[in-house]
Design a protein around this ligand. Structure first.
Ligand code: ACO
Length: 334
């Protein structure tokens, strides 16, 4: 094996214009700004409005910006993977729709469903294609229109989520930088705590499934909170150990943004300074598969060539894990 690495050479993201503030949520459900800020860290989130606009809109906007920023001809892209749990429809897949909308006529694509860990699973998958040497330009997207599965009468969930999309370009380079390693996990025993029951093959859509609110996300927050802290902390610890790294070797942890208290607990557990944990949950809430690429995009200017990054997530399934990346460029590469 040579040292052909899958390197992130560009990152971009898109969030819709509409801002749903905690104040506005106070008019919809029995909640208040203070509870939301102190229990979650969220101040506002973005919503995608507009008839017939789904997750491919978020993904396409992120990808169009990525192509422009990196000077990539859409015809040169080989593969697009879209991590999402809010696909435009059951089929065709959102990756194929996004490829069509963005002019990537030579690319094949597929969706990947791993809830909030979707971007980790998709990035690991995309890296394998690039490392094979057969795929030169692979785009990995995390995008979710969570507002499409929110019950805006359920205060325990509707305050948490937002809409957004982010994308990275992966290219092969003989390089010491790039995708280094990952540890990923799934455990279907978590289904009972976090799911959306209706509309799949188990409970196809009927008047009854709509009346019973089975097309909305359901979450039992406390067990998910505990499992998230444990899952992210243990996978980061295992990844550091496997690669003979200590917390001091890590420039940034770029985590999934589900709850600021979860991130504080993970940093405490690892004895890792919270100042080196990238946190932007206050602006976007939990955008599921999009949180990590949106965070990478916002942090891009601060990242330096050779920085060791840990990406980590926990989500429905349960799914969780961590990725170790050596960042390949200084600041914004354009
Ligand atoms: N406003 C005011 N009060 C509220 C609200 C609200 N929006 N929501 C709940 N409460 C109340 C509850 O009714 C409860 O009241 P009670 O004590 O009178 O019964 C009280 O606040 C405490 O409720 P908890 O659910 O115990 O609150 P908790 O501190 O656990 O916070 C939360 C809830 C924010 C959901 C937290 O459990 C959490 O972040 N869980 C993990 C989320 C996560 O990581 N998800 C994974 C990724 S998502 C994905 O994969 C799609």
């Amino acid at each position: 094996m040579g040292s052909l690495k899958a390197v992130i050479t560009c990152v971009n993201a898109y969030v819709p214009d509409y801002i749903l503030t905690n104040k506005e949520l106070e008019t919809l459900v029995d909640t208040n700004d203070e509870w939301i800020r102190t229990r979650t860290g969220i101040e506002e989130r973005r919503l995608l409005k507009g008839e017939g606009k789904g997750t491919s809109e978020l993904a396409s906007q992120a990808v169009l910006g990525l192509l422009e920023k990196s000077g990539t001809d859409p015809l040169d892209v080989d593969l697009i993977i879209v991590a999402t749990v809010t696909a435009d429809m059951h089929f065709p897949d959102t990756a194929t729709i996004t490829a069509h909308k963005t002019g990537m006529k030579n690319a094949f694509g597929f969706d990947l469903s791993a809830a909030c860990s979707g971007f980790l699973f998709a990035l690991t998958t995309g890296a394998r294609y690039v490392e094979s040497g057969n795929y030169k330009k692979v785009i990995v997207v995390g995008a979710d229109k969570m507002s499409s599965i929110m019950d805006f009468e359920d205060r325990s969930t509707c305050i948490l989520f937002g809409d957004g999309g982010g994308a990275v370009l992966l290219e092969p380079q003989e390089s010491p930088y790039g995708f280094m390693d990952s540890i990923l996990h799934s455990d279907g025993a978590g289904e009972q705590y976090l799911h959306m029951k209706g509309g799949g093959s188990r409970y196809p859509s009927t008047h009854e499934t709509v009346d019973k609110k089975m097309h909305y996300l359901f979450q039992d927050g406390r067990p998910v909170f505990k499992a998230a802290v444990k899952g992210m902390s243990s996978s980061i610890s295992a990844l550091l150990k496997k690669n003979a790294l200590s917390p001091d070797d890590i420039s940034w942890i770029i985590p999934h943004q589900a709850n600021k208290r979860i991130l504080n607990a993970v940093a405490d557990y690892l004895d890792f300074p919270i100042e080196r944990v990238a946190i932007n949950i206050e602006k976007y809430g939990n955008t599921t598969a999009a949180t990590i690429p949106i965070c990478l995009w916002e942090w891009e200017k601060k990242l330096k060539e050779g920085d060791n990054l840990i990406l980590t997530a926990f989500g429905g399934g349960f799914t969780w894990g961590a990725i170790y990346i050596k960042w390949a460029y200084n600041g914004n590469n354009n």
